[in-house]
Design a protein around this ligand. Structure first.
Ligand SMILES: Cc1cc2nc3c(=O)[nH]c(=O)nc-3n(C[C@H](O)[C@H](O)[C@H](O)COP(=O)(O)OP(=O)(O)OC[C@H]3O[C@@H](n4cnc5c(N)ncnc54)[C@H](O)[C@@H]3O)c2cc1C
Length: 500
């Protein structure tokens, strides 16, 4: 195929992976990133001797990253050291009990019994696992890298999706197999990792359970930022260019094609192909000229339902927390509050910030002490929150919310936290809207419900502009590293003409 000039807007995982794939094919690729560092949601904050991964911490399906290095004839292991995380998650309940979630069926069954669930629930778990394997085989292995550009693609898989009961929600699917409410929560929280409400997300997302079991949960030594840095080096080795502090103001179009981009500086870059990794709804609303916006899927992306947002508090302490005077924490801790379904309804449907919360606590220094000075611990607390479509006034409410979360952690998990806090930073939904250009400040873009999945999701190629491609969380197949890395495979195949 002839060498093309390709511009990629955004250096998130989806943009970098697409750029690497296209550079490996010999194209002249330039990635334009508005921020001063690559990574997008995987931005790295370094302060006071601490290193905080801004976003993704759970690495799954690592071979998707390995494949990128293989394109340059390299081994990922020579650039990034991934180590397994075990347990995958420690899930704490409000009554002080916890569940160690792992990829080992025997240990999972022992944990289910320790939780107090009965034998029918153990058998129900086995059946859930069998079915999640079937969903995985279809939903991930077969469909994650299949382009859904035409309704015919959807019609072809519809019978399978019905057979797999994808019209059920993840919670509904889990509830058919187990009765214990705590166990239902343990087996249904996964959609939250990609911004979905387990009570509304299609049960196709039950495949995450099997995906983690199949390929494990990994941590990159040095943090996820070490993966981003390695991908940028890989891109440059392949001849690609990354321009930081470079914001695209508009995708230029003419004669029914994308012709390049105009930067906020006024500079114009001509291109044969434009790949957009910026939030797809934001791109349709702000980057495409009015006349070229079209209706990519019958609906404009900015009119679709958007996933939840987040507040994330990154903080470091000048003491270690290794379980002596509080609960023993794991690398990934999920701390559930007293309400599950109702709290999620408040976040996703009522869009209100409530006094109670559930949170994910990241404690990477358990695996990688080098992320903090000696004798110190690095954390982040990630709290699901409504996106900016609600009434929350974050300018007023961020500080009291932060105080509630930190007090809760001090009272229940991190004794003496306020005395030992030595560094801190917080982001909230405004960060996703203003810094990352995401519509409504959603942390995960378009919500993963059935009517917004596969063909119903923004396509990886713009229907009206045949040389404009979309990759990243808001496109097919969806958010999360395996999803956005798969969207890069699709865009690469479409550009090469081997798909679509
Ligand atoms: C706090 C948090 C934790 C997460 N944890 C996990 C996890 O543990 N595991 C997991 O698999 N997933 C996780 N996710 C989800 C995952 O991080 C995202 O789905 C994924 O990283 C999104 O990648 P993307 O390719 O869509 O690009 P993004 O990361 O969204 O990057 C898009 C880039 O485009 C840039 N951009 C936007 N507009 C312009 C413009 N006009 N000009 C130039 N550049 C522009 C932005 O600055 C940004 O750098 C997490 C997400 C968050 C927010």
């Amino acid at each position: 195929m002839a060498t093309q000039r390709i511009v990629v807007i955004g250096a998130g995982f989806g943009g970098l992976a697409t750029a690497i794939r296209l550079a490996a094919c010999g194209h002249r690729v330039t990635v334009l990133e508005k921020r001063d560092q690559p990574g997008g949601r995987a931005y790295v904050y370094r302060q006071d001797g601490f290193t905080f991964d801004g976003g993704p911490t759970v690495i799954t399906a690592p071979w998707l990253l390995g494949n990128l290095f293989a394109l340059a004839g390299q081994e990922m292991e020579d650039h990034v050291r991934l180590v397994p995380v075990d347990p995958f998650y420690r899930i704490f309940f409000p009554d002080g009990t916890h569940f160690d979630y792992s990829g080992d069926a025997a240990r999972m069954e022992a944990e289910i019994r320790r939780l107090g669930a009965d034998e029918p629930d153990v058998a129900g778990y086995r059946e859930f696992l069998r079915r999640s394997e079937r969903i995985f085989a279809k939903g991930f292995t077969e469909l994650a890298t299949a382009p859904f550009l035409s309704w015919r693609d959807m019609a072809r898989v519809a019978p399978d999706l019905i057979r797999l009961e994808s019209f059920r929600t993840v919670y509904g699917f889990v509830a058919r197999h187990v009765r214990d409410e705590k166990l239902r929560q343990v087996l249904s929280f996964h959609p939250l990792l990609v911004g979905g409400n387990p009570f509304q997300t299609t049960s196709i997302y039950a495949l995450i359970h099997y995906l983690e079991r199949e390929w494990g949960v990994w941590y990159a030594m040095g943090g996820t930022g070490a993966v981003v840095a390695a991908l940028v080096r890989l891109l440059e080795t392949l001849g690609g260019t990354l321009r930081l502090d470079t914001e695209v103001a508009q995708i230029l179009t003419g004669s029914g094609r994308a012709t390049g981009v105009r930067l906020t500086s006024g500079e114009e870059l001509a291109a044969d192909v434009v790949v957009c990794n910026a939030d797809v709804a934001g791109a349709y609303a702000w980057l495409l000229p009015q006349a070229a916006r079209g209706r990519p899927i019958g609906r404009r992306p900015e009119r679709m339902r958007h996933a939840m947002s987040l507040a994330v508090i990154y903080f470091g302490t000048d003491r270690l927390y290794r379980g002596g005077d509080g609960p023993a924490l794991a690398h990934h801790d999920i701390i559930l509050g007293p309400r599950y379904e109702e709290l999620l309804r408040d976040i996703f449907t009522r869009k209100i910030l409530t006094d109670d919360f559930s949170l994910y606590l990241h404690m990477p220094t358990l695996t990688d002490p080098a992320l903090a000075p000696p004798g110190c611990e690095a954390f982040y607390a990630l709290i699901p929150a409504p996106h900016l479509g609600g009434q929350t006034d974050w300018a007023r409410q961020a500080k009291p919310f932060r105080d509630r979360v930190m007090r809760f952690l001090e009272d229940h998990y991190l004794p003496g936290l306020s005395r030992h806090l030595v560094t801190e930073r917080m982001i909230d939904p405004r960060h996703f809207r203003e810094t990352l250009n995401s519509h409504l400040g959603s942390a995960f873009s378009i919500e993963p419900i059935l009517t917004q999945s596969a063909w119903f999701r923004p396509h990886n190629r713009a229907p009206d502009l045949p040389n404009l491609y979309f990759v990243g969380a808001g496109t097919h197949p969806g958010a999360g590293l395996p999803g956005v890395l798969s969207s890069a495979v699709i865009a690469d195949d479409l550009i090469a003409g081997v798909a679509g």
